[in-house]
Design a protein around this ligand. Structure first.
Ligand code: AMP
Ligand code: GLY
Length: 423
């Protein structure tokens, strides 16, 4: 089989690495990929961007691709799966209809309310004056969200009225998020512990992946600005079997059943961002219509089953009899970032030391990297995710940081405490 992975991050490197390990796969293409995917055996980068759906269809046809797996949300929201299906090309991911779970917060909140799935109470606004009146009439903190895709930057937690009013101005008046901020959602602030819960869905069938937890803040101790994710580990010890069952019964199953009932059956990875309140009740913060990055890297490092067989079973609507095997060890990934990230950062610095890592328990997944004259250069904010296995979370952490210690470029940064809440 020939497989195409769409995207260029650490998540897509991990997908390509796992896809090529499948006994049924002869070749993997990544569009556009990075320096890490380029150097994997039997993997080839194709210079087509993830949002160029026409270009991806042409590439899938000319390379005789049997299965496409889409990494990032933007092409899914733009209907890549609908377009591939029209062209007769098998593609793993949700169509644009159910991908609204990530693309529109008001769609999701309305959907959750219709199906009585627990979430923070909320209201949506297009009029700034009405939004201000809502703020004056409600207790703080409040959470203000641009309705659409805003690259993780469209959520403001307002602890003061001034913060809330500024957020209203930014989103509705100044339109800082463009079309994504035509509508503003204001919701209740939920206290508790955050959990990421990722599964594979196919119609009304669901198979959960191993649990994981990421670290979104840039600095140690979960301080500093929010990022796409500075590290992650799997499994997440705070999701015990009781909570796992509640999440499946109260959130995941009602969600996929509800979508199917509404004529939008979900196929693909479904990522639920949840808040577990102090009484242990799970509530939905958000959905993503894709795998998490960097959660994917530790999750796939532990996956022993055939990823490609899983995706094909899902496309064919028969994951109910699929059982996933996991390495019983922990996996932990530390993201190495360019100086200045998540603000402005330089590109083009040469990365040294990658060849010093030869342990089978450590894998460096590339994100923002490219090659030039046989050198590997930085080419993004999140550059690498050094991921390692260990018999305990502490062992996995030690191994990952040993890997991090071998790699250098000027200004490289990372959090020194990935996994701290759990160890
Ligand atoms: P979202 O993109 O909706 O997941 O929001 C990004 C982050 O904001 C989440 O990971 C939470 O840390 C936080 N957040 C979002 N909604 C709420 C809420 N209702 N209560 C507390 N924190 C929230
Ligand atoms: N790591 C969070 C995300 O992928 O959305």
């Amino acid at each position: 089989m020939r497989v195409l992975i769409v995207g260029n991050g650490g998540r897509e490197h991990a997908l390509a690495w796992k896809a090529v390990a499948s006994p049924q796969v002869e070749k993997v293409f990544v569009a556009p990929g990075n320096a890490g995917t380029m150097t994997e055996k039997h993997v080839e980068n194709i210079p087509v961007k993830a949002d160029d759906i026409d270009g991806l269809i042409s590439a899938a046809i000319s390379k005789q691709v049997d299965l496409t797996i889409v990494g990032p949300e933007a092409p899914l929201v733009d209907g890549i799966v609908d377009r591939f299906s029209e062209a007769g090309l098998p593609c793993f991911g949700p169509r644009s209809g159910p991908a609204q779970l990530e693309a529109s917060k008001s769609f999701t909140k309305n959907f959750l309310d219709r199906h009585q799935i627990p979430t923070a109470s909320w209201r949506s606004f297009t009029n700034a004056e009405h939004a201000r009146e809502h703020v004056f009439a409600h207790a703080l903190p409040l959470v203000l969200k641009a309705d659409g895709l805003a690259a993780g930057k469209g959520v403001i937690i307002a602890h003061t009225q001034v913060d809330a009013l500024n957020a209203i101005d930014e989103i509705l008046v100044d339109q800082r998020f463009g079309d994504a901020g035509q509508t503003l959602v204001i919701e209740e602030f939920l206290e508790g512990v955050e959990v990421s819960f990722i599964c594979v869905a196919s119609g009304t069938q669901v198979i959960p992946l191993a649990t994981s937890q990421d670290h979104k803040a840039r600095e140690a101790g979960d301080k500093g600005p929010n990022t796409g994710g500075m590290g992650a580990f799997s499994p997440a010890p705070n999701v015990d079997p009781t909570l796992h069952k509640r999440i499946m019964d109260e959130i995941i199953n009602p969600t996929v059943r509800g979508l199917a009932e509404e004529g939008m059956p979900y196929l693909g990875f479904l990522y639920a961002g949840l808040m577990i309140d102090p009484n242990g009740n799970p509530k939905v913060l958000e959905f993503n219509c894709r795998l998490g990055d960097p959660e994917t890297q530790p999750i796939l490092m532990r996956l022993q089953s055939d990823l490609i067989a899983l995706c094909i079973s899902a496309i064919e609507g028969r994951i109910d009899d699929f059982s996933l095997e996991w390495d019983s060890r922990y996996a932990l990934g530390v993201v190495m970032v360019a100086d200045g990230y998540p603000g402005d950062y330089p590109r083009g610095d040469e990365i040294h030391g990658l060849d010093q890592i030869d342990s089978p328990n450590i894998k460096v997944f590339h994100a923002g990297t490219r090659t030039e004259h046989h050198k590997i250069l930085t080419d993004g904010g999140r550059v690498l995710c050094v991921t390692a296995l260990g018999h305990t979370l502490i062992d996995a952490q030690k191994n990952a940081y040993r890997g991090v210690g071998s790699v250098q470029w000027p200004g490289a940064g990372w959090r020194p405490d990935i996994g701290w809440r759990a160890v």
